[in-house]
Structure formats: C-alpha cells, structure tokens
Design a binder for this molecule. Structure first.
Ligand SMILES: Cc1cc2nc3c(=O)[nH]c(=O)nc-3n(C[C@H](O)[C@H](O)[C@H](O)COP(=O)(O)O)c2cc1C
Length: 213
C-alpha cells in the first residue's frame, strides 16, 4: 500500500444547494471569500493558476488574487514570465482556490486579458517600496546563474532609486483580469458525496447546474 493511502478526512461542515446560492457567481464568490477570511484561512487570496502555451502542456503555479469586481478576477505578475507567454498565446486559463478550513474549493475558467496601465500603476504604487524594487530586480522565469545575480541587481536598483520617491512601474509588470466563463463551488460532504454547483455563462446569463461529485 502506498505510504499516503491512509490519509483521509471526512468532510462534514457545510452543505451547498441550488436554492441557497446567489444568482450571480461573483456575489457567491464574495460571500465565500468573506467566510474564508472570517475562518482565518491563511492567504485566502492564493490560488493555483493553470495556463498552457503552444505545446499544450499545462503549467500551474500559485498567485495572489488582488481584486475582484463584476468584470472578473485580477492578479499581478511579470509580463515576460512563462505564464505571461502562455497567456499571450492562449488566453484561456483555469484558477483553483482551496479553502481547506471550510472544506471548500472554487474553480474558475475564463479568458485572461491585461488590465490597463493605469490600473496596474495604482496597484503597483500601493505595494511596499521593497516589492516595487523587486519587480525591477527579477527577470521572472529566466534561468539565473546564482542568488548573487539577484542580490547584485537589488543593490544596483536600490542605489538607482535612492533619491527617488516614486519608483516607476516597469513596462514588464502589471495585472491580468480573468473574465470568468464558468465558476464551480465545491463543498465537501460525508462519504465523498460532495456538493458541486457550477455556473456557466451562456450569452451573458449565468446558468446554474449541479454536478456529480
Ligand atoms: C503563496 C504564493 C503567492 C504567489 N503570488 C504570486 C503573484 O501574485 N504573482 C506572481 O507573479 N507570482 C506569485 N508567486 C510565484 C509563482 O508561484 C511563480 O513561481 C512565479 O509567478 C513564476 O511562474 P511562471 O514561471 O510559471 O510564470 C506566488 C507563489 C506563492 C507560493
């Protein structure tokens, strides 16, 4: 037997039904997000983002949700990174949140598009100064020879902006908004018979369906 086969939790905290959910999945997301914060889920805004490029090979990594509005879900990254190259080729992405403390998962599929430079500017300047400098320092996803490369670049960029109050937003850094096409809310239930409610956007209207677990 595999050394992990005995790992098993029974999920029994909550239920989810077609009748109890909101008509709009973004409102439902907000309610669950608030509940995740109340339950003190660590970094409830962390989610797995899956992309795929020309080879069709999926690639997933954790990023942080920095905004949600009626248009979609916003995260920030390096526009030269591997994920950005994937998105430039194929804007379809998948997002997955795990809020373990509540036995909940939310999955979103949709299309990612860059946010306006103004929107990126506002968020960029709200970050700690060191994080703004970090965006200039790291050629995200590139192979680098050693840690020293980063430390040296950090010293250079810090010196460059020493007497500057406002660090400029790098051209290679900014946000994406994922415009959702499908959003699934998953609530763990006993005996692996979980509740799954999915919303699909059909011609601008959200259709709600229950899926088998
Ligand atoms: C908790 C956590 C939060 C992260 N948040 C971000 C983020 O908001 N933006 C980002 O670009 N990378 C973030 N990362 C790093 C990414 O997982 C990833 O290493 C990086 O973006 C490079 O991915 P890529 O080479 O596939 O483009 C985070 C990692 C972790 C573990």
């Amino acid at each position: 037997m595999s050394k992990y086969a005995h790992l098993r939790l029974e999920y029994k905290k909550e239920k989810l039904s077609e009748e109890s959910v909101e008509i709009n999945p973004l409102t439902q997301f907000d309610i669950w997000f608030q509940e995740a914060m109340n339950a003190e889920v660590p970094e409830p805004n962390a989610f797995a983002l899956a992309t795929s490029g020309p080879l069709g090979i999926p690639s997933a990594r954790i990023v942080l949700l920095k905004g949600v509005d009626r248009d979609g879900f916003v995260f920030y990254t390096n526009y030269n990174s591997d994920k950005a190259k994937d998105i430039a080729y194929n804007s379809h992405v998948s997002m997955c949140f795990l809020w373990h403390e509540l036995e909940r998962q939310v999955r979103i599929t949709g299309r990612a598009a860059k946010v306006s430079r103004d929107e990126s500017e506002i968020y960029f300047h709200s970050r700690p100064r060191e994080s703004q400098i970090g965006a200039w320092v790291s050629p995200q996803s590139d192979v680098i020879a050693s840690r020293d490369v980063l430390d040296q670049k950090l010293a250079e960029v810090t010196a460059l902006y020493e007497n500057t109050d406002i660090i400029p937003l790098p051209d290679h850094w900014g946000g994406y908004r994922v415009i959702p096409e499908e959003i699934e809310f998953w609530q763990g239930r006993p005996n692996r018979l979980h509740d799954r409610i999915t919303y699909k956007n059909i011609d601008g209207h959200w259709k709600i369906k229950r899926l088998a677990p």
